[in-house]
Design a protein around this ligand. Structure first.
Ligand code: PMP
Length: 427
């Protein structure tokens, strides 16, 4: 089967031909890639075309594709059984590694996705505070559970879906949405209604309206207003966990949330999510407390082993500063090329995650992200693909680098980005 045949067949099987919406390339046009294999910084499609991959499974693959140590951990663990519905050693070891790396994680619970982590943390926060209202930010994506699917980023921003069909008004009635990075709006809301809020949920570095770094004052205000009003602060670190440092972004910013959500990297490419935080709050979860949350495959030993092998490798000294350095060089090269070619481009970057916004304005929130020229982005995306660069097929997603994106790969990628920008300009 080639890619075109594969996609055609998939369209008769899956809605939109895919298992998750952004993969469909609806926003950028053309057939989506159908992948045969990945190795290091590269993926190969069913037609045998090789790409330098900046999607990296939307974030988990910080060690690149098919890392030999992660694979060895998976096969070794799998050879002793795939799932038990019981406590297992890899689960204990990964739990220990994650809680040691993030000081605020006094207790943790593993689930199977970021969506589950966010949904469960919300239930917990509501139970703990005895309140129902939650606050999120426009362009923040915390998975697709009903209450959080309001002005959500990622696919929600890509397809302009403010709230999904099928979500009852009553369910989102208690979800308040504020602009990201707007400290005044945040303070103002909590001044008026803070005592009714169960939780404030945020991405410490936004990644789902494209990458938008936080104002530090904004993060500090999020901590202050929640604490003053008895609401919980939930840091959604599904993308940022172990992406920017060994541990969570909250540590970099000195923001101590009550609960933290994890996913992606802690599963090393396998389906894993987690939520955790203060012990007095986590104690409310069944079987210790009255908040029910469970999972047949939660803490799956094979997935846990993949996550553990990933974390073990991430502890290498200087790994994160090297990643940062490669990403900085790449961003500078792309920025220079855009200037020389004469295309308006804002690159927002934190460590090894970045977004190329086709805009002449600084991007600080969803409104400014949406000022980007999505038509130009889709032309660029097509040219980048022709040059052998696999980029997220949406203006409102992050590009990621892995430890396999070494000097040689970055320099080759920079040349391809330049050619893609030149061709975009010529159109
Ligand atoms: N939170 C954030 C910040 C995310 O980026 C995502 C997914 N991209 C999720 C939650 C949901 O995770 P999952 O797709 O594993 O359900």
């Amino acid at each position: 089967m080639n890619s075109e045949e594969g996609y055609k067949k998939a369209c008769g099987i899956f809605p939109g031909g895919v298992s998750s919406p952004v993969r469909a390339y609806k926003a950028v046009g053309g057939h989506p890639v159908v992948i045969r294999k990945g190795s290091g910084a590269y993926v190969t499609d069913l037609d045998g075309r090789e790409y330098i991959d900046f999607v990296l499974s939307f974030g988990p693959l910080i060690l690149g594709h098919a890392d030999p140590d992660v694979l060895a951990a998976i096969t070794d663990t799998a050879s002793r059984g795939l799932s038990f519905g019981a406590l297992s050693e890899p689960e204990i070891l990964l739990g220990e590694a994650v809680t040691r790396a993030i000081p605020g994680l006094e207790r943790i619970r593993f689930v199977n996705s970021g969506t589950e982590a966010a949904m469960s943390a919300l239930r917990l926060a509501r139970a703990f505070t005895g309140r129902t209202r939650i606050v999120k930010f426009a362009g923040g994506y915390h998975g697709h559970s009903d209450a959080l699917l309001v002005k959500a980023g990622s696919g929600g921003a890509t397809f302009g879906i403010p709230t999904s069909a099928g979500v009852p008004d009553a369910v989102v009635h208690d979800t308040i949405v504020l602009p990201y990075n707007d400290t005044e709006a945040l303070r103002d809301l909590f001044r008026r209604e803070g005592k009714t809020v169960a939780a404030l949920i945020l991405e410490p570095v936004a990644g789902n309206m494209g990458v938008v770094p936080p104002d530090e004052e904004f993060l500090m205000a999020a901590r202050d207003v929640t604490q003053e009003n008895g609401a919980l602060l939930i840091a959604d670190e599904v993308i940022t966990g172990f992406r920017l440092t060994y541990g969570a972004a909250q540590v970099l910013f000195g923001m101590e949330p009550d609960l933290t959500l994890l996913g992606k990297i802690i599963g090393g490419g396998m389906p894993v999510g987690a939520y955790g935080g203060r012990e007095d709050i986590m104690r409310m979860i069944a079987p210790e407390g009255p908040v029910y949350q469970a999972g047949t495959l939660s803490g799956n030993p094979v997935a846990m082993a993949a996550g553990l092998a990933t974390l073990v490798k991430l502890r290498t000294p200087a790994l994160y500063s090297l990643l940062e350095e490669k990403a900085r060089i790449l961003a500078e090269e792309i920025s220079r090329a855009a200037q020389q070619v004469g295309l308006p481009l804002q690159i927002n970057r934190m460590g090894s995650m970045m977004t190329l916004f086709f805009s002449d304005r600084k991007v600080t929130d969803l409104a400014s992200a949406e000022h980007s020229d999505v038509r130009l982005f889709s032309l660029f995306h097509q040219e980048a693909r022709n040059e052998g660069l696999l980029l997220p097929p949406s203006q409102f997603e992050a590009l990621f680098l892995s430890t396999c994106h070494d000097d040689r790969v970055v320099s080759e990628a920079a040349a391809r980005f330049r050619r893609a920008l030149e061709k975009t300009r010529a159109k």
